[in-house]
Every structure is written in structure tokens, then in C-alpha cells.
Ligand binder design. Structure first.
Ligand SMILES: Cc1cc2nc3c(=O)[nH]c(=O)nc-3n(C[C@H](O)[C@H](O)[C@H](O)COP(=O)(O)O)c2cc1C
Length: 330
């Protein structure tokens, strides 16, 4: 029985609901040399003996090589190997050009920097409709602590651990409050709680939050004009004022070259630089503390979502705010 033509897309979509990892399967023969392709049909079969399987479209250019070769290697791709997946999913190109390659059993090509690698002897081949199913007995394997690349609903994704909903904070408002689930409330609260730890360090130097922003901007690139600093601070809704600059100058943290006008340059003094180094260390410690229960993938997704919000809200903001590009690093 075949699926009616008008249901093929919906069958594909239903299959796409099953999230998988992404692998590249490779082998070689004297005639074809190294061959390989991206495959997400990989699965484990047996622990004893150790066996895995994957399936290959009968239309694949690599079919005859896989049908005759005694061994193949399955590479489980890491989250930063999307480009490798795209490369091996493109037929008719030299997929191995300029790639660092190791050699495995039967001289099969082994790719590097993946999450796991299985070198297999081809144990069985089965007909599977328009695919051939290959079952391999694992003869050697490697595993590295790298987060995996995920494929779901036709797109690449990252694996993020399921987070247990944390207990509501002890000072939570009664259930009737709708603000507890507001993004703006959560972002604001997270900011204030994180900044609380930094505020003690600021107090020690008699610095306001605005003063710290100015010093940190000069810490990234010293000797900026007042105009530049004003534009970089515009997103806070405050900008730079004479009083703010005067207080930083009086504390010996900055020096103003010339008069207070938009083109005058502000320079961090040695004392100012020392304060920036100490406060950046305190900020890093607060950041580490905030991330202690998040894994790399969660942090990556959170930062990505926050950047998206920053860029989107920039478009509708009443003040001209500077782009995030180039101002922050990871
Ligand atoms: C995420 C992903 C998963 C894939 N999984 C398979 C698979 O399991 N089996 C298969 O035959 N093709 C699969 N493909 C398609 C092949 O990688 C693609 O058709 C490739 O061009 C085949 O190359 P070849 O004709 O040079 O062998 C997949 C492609 C992608 C992007």
C-alpha cells in the first residue's frame, strides 16, 4: 500500500515530530574512494552484541559503495556541526574536501569534533521500501562531552534540559496577581536580583549604576567622545550628564579632555581602569552564580532569546538605541 500523493507531506510532517540527533555515515571503497552522507535514521539496536542501524535511500549515489563495503562509521554530530551536516546532505559535491580525516577499521574515513563515533562491521542489510537498512556490529566507539545537534520538524535545534518549574519566591504575590508570569516582570526581577550582588561592590567605590555603565563602556574602548557615550547609554533612557561626569572625575576615575561638549573625549584613568577590572570580575562572579543551574544549551537559548527581544524592542523604542552588534560579547 502506498500513501496517497496528497498525504505525503503530512506523513513527512508526522515523522518530523520525532526529534532525532544528526549523524554523518561514512565508508570507502577502492573504486569510489571516501563516501558519506547525513543521516538521522540512526538508532541503537542491541547492547550485547553492540549493534546499531541506519537506513539509506536507494537513490543515494553512495548506495553501491555501502552495499559492498565491509565497514562503515557513524558520527553523531555536535551542536556546532550544522555546516558539516549541510555539507554531507548535498549530493554531487566533494564532501571530504579540506576536512581533517582520521582512518578507522578497513581504512574508513573518520570525522573529528563530533559527540560520538561508532566504527561498525556491516552485519546485515535489509530491504526497507525505498531505503536499505544497514545493521552494524560496533567494533570501536568514541564519546566526547559535546552537546548534540538535534533535528526536529525539518529544522536543526539544540537539546535543552527540561527545567522543573522553580518554587515561587517566598515574597510572591497572591495567586490572583497576573504580573508574576509577565516577561517584563521576570526580566526586571532577574536583573535586580543579579545587580544586587554587584551593588555592594559599586557602593564601595561610591559609584551609581549609571557611573558603572560609563566606566564599563570606557573599559571596552577607552577615549570615547561624550556624544558616543551618550548614544551608547541611550537604551537606559538616561544618557550622560555633566553631574555624572563631574562625579566620576572628582573620584579620579575619568579625565575629560577639553570642555564639556559633545566632541570632548573622556579617558579612563589608571584608578578607573583598576575599578573596571575589579567590577568586571564581580560581574563575572554574579554571572557564574546565575548560570550555575543552567547547562550550556540553556544559556545559549536564553541569550539568543534575550538578544531577539532586545533587537525587536529596539525597532519600536521611542529613543534611538544603539545596536547590540559589536557592543557585547558572548
Ligand atoms: C538532517 C538530515 C537527515 C537525513 N537523513 C537521511 C537518512 O537517514 N537516510 C538517507 O538516505 N538520507 C538522509 N538524508 C538525505 C541525505 O543526506 C542526502 O540525500 C544526501 O545528499 C545523499 O547524498 P548522496 O546521494 O551523495 O549519498 C538526510 C538529510 C538531512 C539534512
Amino acid at each position: 500500500m502506498s500513501i496517497p500523493a496528497d498525504q505525503i507531506r503530512s506523513f513527512r510532517n508526522a515523522l518530523g515530530a520525532f526529534a532525532t540527533g544528526v549523524t554523518v555515515v561514512t565508508t570507502r571503497s577502492e573504486e569510489s574512494g571516501d563516501v558519506g552522507l547525513t543521516a538521522n535514521s540512526f538508532n541503537s539496536v542491541s547492547l550485547d552484541p553492540p549493534m546499531v542501524l541506519w537506513s539509506l535511500a536507494k537513490t543515494s549515489k553512495a548506495l553501491s559503495t555501502f552495499m559492498t563495503s565491509s565497514h562503515f562509521a557513524v558520527h553523531v554530530l555536535a551542536s556546532d556541526q550544522e555546516a558539516l551536516s549541510t555539507r554531507f546532505a548535498r549530493a554531487g559535491t566533494d564532501k571530504f574536501a579540506d576536512l581533517p580525516i582520521d582512518r578507522g577499521v578497513g581504512a574508513i574515513p573518520l570525522l573529528t569534533h563530533c559527540s560520538a563515533r561508532f566504527q561498525c562491521r556491516t552485519a546485515f542489510r535489509y530491504e526497507g521500501g525505498d531505503h536499505m537498512i544497514f545493521v552494524g556490529q560496533v567494533e570501536a566507539f568514541d564519546h566526547w562531552e559535546r552537546p548534540p545537534l538535534v533535528f526536529h520538524a525539518g529544522r536543526y535545534a539544540s537539546a535543552v534540559r527540561v527545567i522543573k518549574t522553580p518554587e515561587a519566591p517566598s515574597d510572591a504575590e497572591p495567586d490572583s496577581s497576573f504580573s508574576q508570569d509577565f516577561l517584563i516582570y521576570l526580566l526586571g526581577r532577574a536583573h535586580h536580583q543579579l545587580f544586587l550582588q554587584l551593588r555592594n561592590s559599586l557602593r564601595r567605590y561610591g559609584l551609581s549604576e549609571d557611573g558603572w555603565f560609563v566606566l564599563s563602556l570606557l573599559g571596552v574602548a577607552n577615549n570615547r567622545t561624550l556624544d558616543e557615550l551618550g548614544r551608547l547609554l541611550a537604551y537606559t533612557g538616561k544618557g550622560i550628564t555633566y553631574d555624572l561626569l563631574a562625579s566620576l572625575g572628582a573620584a579620579g576615575f575619568v579625565k575629560l579632555a577639553g570642555f564639556y561638549d559633545p566632541h570632548a573625549r573622556v579617558e579612563l584613568t589608571d584608578a578607573g581602569r583598576r575599578v573596571v577590572i575589579e567590577l568586571v570580575a564581580a560581574a563575572r562572579a554574579a554571572e557564574d552564580h546565575a548560570q550555575r543551574n543552567l547547562d550550556d544549551a540553556q544559556t545559549h537559548v536564553l541569550k539568543h532569546a534575550l538578544r531577539q527581544i532586545i533587537n525587536d524592542s529596539q525597532a519600536v523604542s521611542p529613543v534611538a538605541v544603539p545596536s547590540l552588534e559589536g557592543e557585547l560579547d558572548e
